[in-house]
Design a protein around this ligand. Structure first.
Ligand code: CUA
Length: 371
């Protein structure tokens, strides 16, 4: 009898939690109400099945409870029962899946007036690319990718010259403008997800995936990676701001085009030791955790690092110089920057590589070199 009461409490509690759900979706910020509807249909169908199966279980626990003179029946087949169970299950599964197919067709059927944005996923950060005034994205290829060409732009494609490159995980989109999101990955499987617009899609190495949405509510929303993509996965986050068209244009204008990025690279003063240090940083994977543009990934950013004063987790502060950098590379947990986990592994670089890497950080991140 106790088990019957426990089961009834579980069923009533589960249904109550389903109805007064404290983890309900946030208010929707896109046109994808149809996705909410399919989620709710699945919730109702599985909820009804859960209640019916549980009631049957409770009935059996009570009806067939232990009694001295009970004898079990043996009934291996019951065609009528099997027929009805198969029919009811089929109807339930179709009711759950069919609406999803209809919404999916809409989800990948992009309206003609959609504006394109490309989402580039890599371990463990997001970057974005918009077509320039010509409305066309230039072609890209993984073999073109380098430190100076982070998007792998094809230099022989004139369509790419005016593409706007956003090397920050914070994306803006204009209100009430259909957006076609093109996704690619530079390394492993990721998944671009914005819960508030009810949209997500895998980004798959070697192919372009896409979906579309129309932003309907101004605000700042969270971008997540919804696919386990390595040990920095938890930190692969970003923001999506749905902005007025004026704010969006201002934001877009503040980012360089591919042509501008190239000329910046070409006019950079030459420093062979720093170039060597940059290779050391690339081959040792420093940029998987540290950025140059101020955005935070796994570790502290290197933007304006050299000569700056940084707070440590033990309450002390440190001026970033050669000695501090060398110690932090050889023995990362000697001093840990406030707000970051002691997650870095020690690197045993040769004296020459160490000197080159430190020269690179000095050259690249001194505030006076920034202008
Ligand atoms: Cu990228 Cu998880």
């Amino acid at each position: 009898m106790l088990m019957v009461i426990v089961l009834i409490v579980i069923v009533v509690g589960s249904v109550a939690l389903g109805i007064w759900n404290p983890w309900a979706f946030p208010e929707i910020a896109s046109n994808w109400g149809g996705i909410d509807l399919t989620v709710n249909i699945t919730f109702v169908v599985t909820g009804i099945v859960f209640v019916l199966v549980s009631l049957f279980l409770i009935y059996c626990v009570w009806k067939f409870r232990y009694r001295e003179d009970n004898r079990a029946d043996y009934e291996p087949e019951n065609e009528r029962l099997e027929f009805w169970l198969t029919m009811v299950t089929t109807v339930g599964v179709v009711a759950m899946l069919a609406p999803g197919l209809l919404v999916w067709e809409d989800y990948v059927n992009v309206p003609d007036d959609a504006r394109e944005v490309e989402v580039v996923a890599s371990q463990w950060r997001w970057a974005y690319r918009f077509p320039g005034a010509d409305g066309k994205l230039g072609t890209v290829h993984a073999r073109n990718m380098s430190f100076d060409n982070p998007f792998g732009m094809n230099d022989n494609d004139p369509n790419g010259e005016d593409d706007v490159l956003v090397q920050s995980p914070h994306l803006y989109v204009p209100l009430n403008q259909p957006i076609k999101v093109l996704l690619r990955s530079t390394d492993v499987l990721h998944d671009f997800m914005v819960p508030d617009i009810r949209a997500k899609m895998d980004s798959v190495p070697g192919m372009i995936t896409y979906f579309w949405f129309e932003p309907t509510k101004l605000g700042e929303y969270e971008v997540l990676c919804a696919e386990l993509c390595g040990n920095g996965h938890y930190n692969m986050r970003g923001k999506m701001t749905i902005a007025t068209p004026e704010d969006f244009d201002r934001w877009l204008d503040s980012h360089p085009t591919w042509a501008e990025l190239k000329s910046g690279v070409a006019n950079r003063p030459s420093n062979p030791v720093a170039d060597r240090g940059r290779e050391v940083a690339e081959t040792n994977g420093c940029f998987a955790c540290h950025t140059l543009d101020g955005s935070q990934t796994v570790g502290p950013t290197w933007q304006n690092l050299w000569g700056s004063t940084r707070s440590m987790s033990d309450g002390s502060s440190v001026v970033v110089d050669e000695a501090y950098l060398e110690e932090s590379i050889r023995e990362p947990n000697a001093k840990v920057v406030e707000g970051f986990p002691a997650a870095m592994i020690p690197y045993a670089l040769s004296a020459e590589d160490m000197a080159a890497l430190i020269e690179y950080i000095r050259f690249e991140t001194s505030p006076q070199d920034d202008a």
